[in-house]
Design a protein around this ligand. Structure first.
Ligand SMILES: C[S@@+](CC[C@H](N)C(=O)[O-])C[C@H]1O[C@@H](n2cnc3c(N)ncnc32)[C@H](O)[C@@H]1O
Length: 195
């Protein structure tokens, strides 16, 4: 941490010197520093960037899972809440989204209120690696390959037998899918696994 403060002070010093001396090219140094800080704190902290699942694929994923009224679905990294809202609205499930991005959470809360789904949909603000998934009947994923791989031991520890996992685009490495379907675009598949 001390190194961070030393570099920060150095970057501020360079910025001040660049302004005072008129050597504006030197501003590239503090700009690069602040760029790296933003990258590390905002983007690299996430286990997947925000890219929404296309709406037809959301429906396809829930149909593949055979989601039934009264079942509990968890969407890991729930984005604008489209999967949890569809699960509650069109399938009668109790749906829980886990999301770490405050902007996306308030966006999903707006949609949830507008659609009167507050009773059936909850959004947990936080990291899905730290959230207990043992109540899940269905887990949905649209993350990254390395993130799916890091979820394997958590799933083995927490998910009960019979829990369905549906993953868009990325596989559970080494697991045999129960079913695979084509998604909307070339090379985008939907994978169903059963614990
Ligand atoms: C590819 S988007 C998928 C969004 C949504 N599930 C959908 O299918 O439309 C991945 C989401 O995961 C969130 N995310 C990434 N890492 C996370 C973590 N460790 N805990 C909670 N949310 C995370 C991102 O903010 C982003 O909204």
């Amino acid at each position: 941490m001390a190194v961070f403060w030393i570099i920060l002070l150095g970057a501020i010093g360079v910025a001040v010197y660049a302004f005072v001396s008129g050597s504006y090219l030197l501003l590239a140094i503090p700009a690069a520093f602040f760029g790296i800080v933003v990258y590390l704190t905002v983007i690299a902290r996430k286990d997947a960037a925000y890219v929404p699942t296309p709406e037809p694929v959301v429906k396809q994923m829930l149909e593949m899972a055979g989601l039934k009224p009264g079942e509990t679905l968890y969407d890991l990294g729930s984005g604008d809440g489209r999967i949890v809202r569809t699960a509650a609205r069109d399938f009668g499930a109790n749906a829980i989204g886990i999301e770490m991005d405050k902007g996306l959470i308030s966006n999903s809360m707006r949609h949830i209120k507008a659609e009167n789904l507050e009773e059936k949909v909850k959004i947990i603000e936080g990291n899905f690696f730290g959230t207990d998934l043992s109540a899940a009947d269905v887990v949905t994923l649209y993350l990254r390959q390395d993130t799916n791989d890091r979820l394997v031991s958590k799933f083995k520890k927490e998910l009960k037998p019979g829990t369905r996992i549906v993953s868009y685009t990325f596989v559970m490495t080494g697991w045999k899918p129960t079913r695979v379907e084509n998604g909307l675009f070339a090379h985008s598949r939907v994978y169903l696994y059963t614990m």
